[in-house]
Structures are given as structure tokens and as C-alpha cells.
Write a protein of this length. Sequence first.
Length: 143
Amino acid sequence: MADGQQLGRLLLIKIGDGAEPEVFTNLCGLKTRSFNLSANEIDTTIPSCTNPGGPVQKTSRPGISNRTFTGSGAFVAGAAMSAFMGHVRASEAFNAQVVVPGDGTYEGSWMVTDFSFDGDVEPNMEFSATFVAADVLEFTAEV
């Protein structure tokens, strides 16, 4: 692997246990994952007041920020998964960390907006989940 490249499997979401100090545990079983940082675009375009018939230049400013983590993979039963599923069933926010190798850690309150179990006759049961930030996240750059 070339210098600076990062392993995709090290893109992680870690679920907090709510204790003091809080301990974060990797959500085991993920095979595919993605982390999206985006912002709404607020259109600020107005025609020129001095030349209203002339060309109009589109202008914008950033709007609401959005942080979304999605992942899917094997459902691995255990204490950490049970605690996570408790948050999903209760539709409640919980503390988590998204670790982006080569970038840093995004920590704070998250919630699951979409969760599904999948299974066929032969392979193991799988799950997929979409997490969105439930509050402003704290970013800590990788050292």
C-alpha cells in the first residue's frame, strides 16, 4: 500500500457505554461502511440591480451541516450489540465515535435513522444501519 493510503476496514463507528469515563466499543461485523460530511446549499443568487438583463452569476452560502455514517455487515450477537440494539429499539440518541483513518475522530451524540436485518436461507444474518449526528460533533484530528 502506498504511503498515506488507509485501510477501509479501519473506518469505524464505536458505541459509547454511557459510563463515566465513557468507553467506546467498535460495532463489530461491519463489512461495508461510509462516512459523509455535507452541508445544504443556500442560494443567494440575485440579478444585478444595475444590469438586470445581464448574465446572472449563481452564488451560495453553506447551510445546515450533515454528518452521516452508514454500515452493513454480519450481525454478531453479544453485549455490545445488545446495548446498541437497545438504542435502536428505543429510538434514542447515544454517544459514539466515528474514526476516520488519516483524518481523525468525530465524537458526540448520534442516532440511528434506519436499521434493517437481512437474511437468506444459507448465509449468516446481516444488518444495515444509518447513523446521523444528533448534536454538534467534536472533531479530534489524527496525530
